[in-house]
Design a protein around this ligand. Structure first.
Ligand code: C2E
Ligand code: CA
Ligand code: CA
Length: 630
């Protein structure tokens, strides 16, 4: 009894009743507590009866109740085994009723079947038909338990498998001992021991807790989700997302930041709307029963954030996004749900704060679009349908085209050109960018060789490198071997890198750059004036050329301050002896202005859109002087 109570206390202190197995364990534990208590009472009553201080009828009834409790223990052990098996259908109502009526029948059998108190070597015990029936049922349940876990051993976690098998075997063996020696107290002790063993085999709840906030963590979410999707009760997810968490962390410091998140977790838990998880990416997810109404739910959650924003600088109600996934019906399992979940989160970040957004399936349009792009990319790669277009670049000093930028072109499954701005990031995420990058570089080299571009008045071709390519250690070797294959002089190749690439992989990139620079390859810094524009990189990295972003060019015609920025940048870069390209030149006015302030090269629709190989060759052949007039 003491042992079982200790286990009960420990269990209550640690568990969060996260899993069905926890609940099944608590039933089993309660039934064992009841059995031991009934055992103690019946033994006590038997002793009184022996001294003629207790009526026989009452004593026999205490025996019956004890036997019923024993059968219940075996029943709940079987229940535990069932719950521990993943992937089995949740038992339906009729099955539950059948099981419970079976127990009831057993109880009623107590009125009709014979039970007696016997005495052997001064030890009192119960015997008779009812006792035999009880032990029969006990053994039956335990054997079923063993058969079940053996049959489904592939669907059960090792720890559950071990604990169920040991639990059942310990009790089975003890039952045999009890039947031989008629010492009932063996059984109580065996049950307590077996329960202890089972308890120790249970999972450590710390593995499931997010240390910052004290909420359940992503591991718990994933694991718990597996079971959720089996049972499919009407569940919805409430997502609380704070996109600027990094900024808040900086502002508050780590310890206050953790306090803030712990408070969000605690206060949300206190609402008792469901389990609260904190994901690795920072969002909170509450799993809410479908019946909970948003009208009551959202104001409560929002009030928590409003309260906290008064006490913690850095967090404001508007900076928090709320989203509700109204139904999980369409998902077969956690895996397929998690794939979509990423898109729900991404979409949520783009929406406004302090409002509850219902994240319907329309959100997944973006995912479907991405899947379509991936299919199109796969097909293009498979059928070697990757194309390269060339956009000629005008040199102001020579008043004609001297270079060109190579730009990738891919058609989708419907035969329409996809925008690289759409598919390049997807290719980067889904692992196709290295294949694309390789194909583009090879196609450009083959084109240069086939058309003898080096001998036709062009200085070099600019080729874009993706951030992911820049992070590859073998990048330089790969490019060198392609250039060798087509005998291209490295001086005819200029590689365009964005600042993001430089930031993300400075060390590896520098190594690649150095090797290629030695051979004569030159480098451009692409998209100058967009994003961060950390001038540091212009200074630190050996760029031959800087390409002014088209937005900078366009804005400088709209805003005086941008014009100042552009002109100062040009002046600065000229002092550094770095060549300058302006992108997005669409009008003569722009072209003339940029030439006047000293930009070396002009690229844009005013001169030519990116064009296919044949058309580009025509331009190369008729590369006459173009005078810019105003
Ligand atoms: P980017 O490197 O900034 O390339 C210039 C983009 O501006 C091209 O878009 C070009 O068509 C467009 N452009 C040029 N002049 C004008 C103009 O006057 N007006 C307007 N509105 N647009 C102009 P595109 O070809 O759609 O490429 C978009 C981006 O995709 C590129 O931006 C580059 O970041 C990426 N990209 C293209 N090809 C490749 C490639 O082979 N590899 C990698 N990694 N990225 C590529
Ligand atoms: Ca570029
Ligand atoms: Ca650019």
């Amino acid at each position: 009894m003491v042992l079982t109570i200790m286990i009960a206390v420990l269990f209550c202190a640690k568990t969060k009743l996260l899993f069905d197995t926890d609940r099944a364990f608590s039933y089993l534990m309660t039934s064992i507590l009841a059995a031991i208590l009934a055992n103690m009472i019946s033994v006590y009553l038997m002793a009184l009866w022996d001294n003629q201080l207790m009526s026989e009828r009452l004593t026999l009834w205490s025996g019956r109740i004890y036997l019923l409790c024993m059968v219940c223990v075996a029943f709940f052990a079987l229940n535990y085994a069932k719950v521990a098996i993943v992937g089995r259908k949740k038992k339906n109502r009729t099955a539950v009723m059948a099981n419970v009526s079976f127990l009831l029948l057993f109880f009623l059998a107590g009125f009709f079947l014979h039970i007696q108190i016997g005495k052997k070597d001064e030890i009192l015990y119960f015997y008779g038909g009812y006792v035999r029936l009880a032990y029969g049922m006990l053994m039956l349940y335990l054997l079923l338990c063993i058969l079940l876990v053996l049959k489904y051993r592939k669907h059960i976690e090792r720890r559950y498998f071990i604990s169920v098998i040991t639990f059942t075997l310990m009790i089975l063996i003890t039952v045999v001992l009890v039947l031989v020696f008629s010492r009932v107290e063996f059984l109580s002790f065996a049950m307590a021991l077996a329960l202890l063993f089972m308890f120790l085999e249970m999972e450590n709840p710390d593995d499931y807790v997010d240390s910052d906030s004290g909420a359940l963590n992503e591991h718990a979410f994933r694991k718990w989700g597996q079971r959720l999707f089996q049972n499919k009760p009407g569940m919805r997810l409430l997502i609380i997302s704070i996109p600027e968490a990094d900024y808040i962390k900086k502002k508050l410091g780590v310890s206050d930041f953790n306090n803030l998140f712990a408070e969000i977790a605690q206060q949300t838990q206190k609402l008792h709307i469901g389990k609260v998880f904190r994901l690795d990416s920072g969002e909170f997810v509450c799993v809410v029963k479908a019946v909970e109404k948003e009208e009551a739910l959202f104001p409560a959650v929002s009030a928590i954030i409003h309260g906290l924003s008064e006490r913690y600088a850095g967090i404001s109600p508007e900076s928090v996004r709320y989203g509700m996934i109204p139904s999980l019906e369409n998902y077969a399992d956690m895996e397929s749900f998690l794939q979509d979940f990423r898109f729900y989160l991404k979409h949520l970040c783009t929406l406004s704060g302090d409002v509850l957004h219902i994240l319907d399936e329309y959100v997944l349009d973006e995912k479907n679009e991405e899947d379509f792009v991936v299919l199109s990319l796969k097909q293009a790669i498979l059928n070697d349908e990757i194309m390269v277009y060339y956009q000629p670049i005008y040199a102001t000093a020579k008043q004609r085209f001297t270079t060109a930028e190579a730009l990738i072109r891919i058609k989708d499954l419907n035969g329409k050109f996809m925008s690289p701005e759409l598919f390049i990031p997807i290719a980067e995420r889904r692992g196709y960018i290295l294949t694309l990058g390789h194909a583009v570089f090879e196609k450009v080299c083959r084109f240069i060789k086939e058309q003898s571009l080096e001998e036709r008045g062009f200085s070099y071709i600019e080729i874009n490198l993706s951030t992911v390519q820049c992070m590859q250690k073998g990048l330089a070797s790969e490019l060198v071997s392609i250039m060798k294959e087509y005998s291209i002089s490295p001086g005819f190749i200029n590689l365009e890198i964005t600042e993001t690439a430089a930031i993300k992989s400075e060390k590896i990139l520098m190594k690649n750059m150095q090797r290629l620079l030695q051979l004569g390859v030159s480098f451009s810094l692409d998209d100058y004036g967009s994003g961060y524009s950390n001038l540091d990189y212009v200074v630190r990295m050996p760029f031959y050329l800087v390409k002014l972003d088209k937005l900078l060019v366009w804005d400088s015609f709209k805003k005086e301050k941008t014009r100042v920025l552009l002109e100062t940048s040009v002046e600065m870069l000229k002092h550094m002896q770095i060549k300058i390209v302006a992108e997005g030149v669409e009008t003569m006015e722009q072209a003339v202005y940029l030439e006047n302030i000293g930009v070396d090269y002009l690229q844009g629709y005013y001169f030519s859109k990116p064009i296919c190989e044949e058309e580009f060759i025509k331009i190369v052949d008729n590369n006459t002087r173009i005078k810019l007039q105003s």
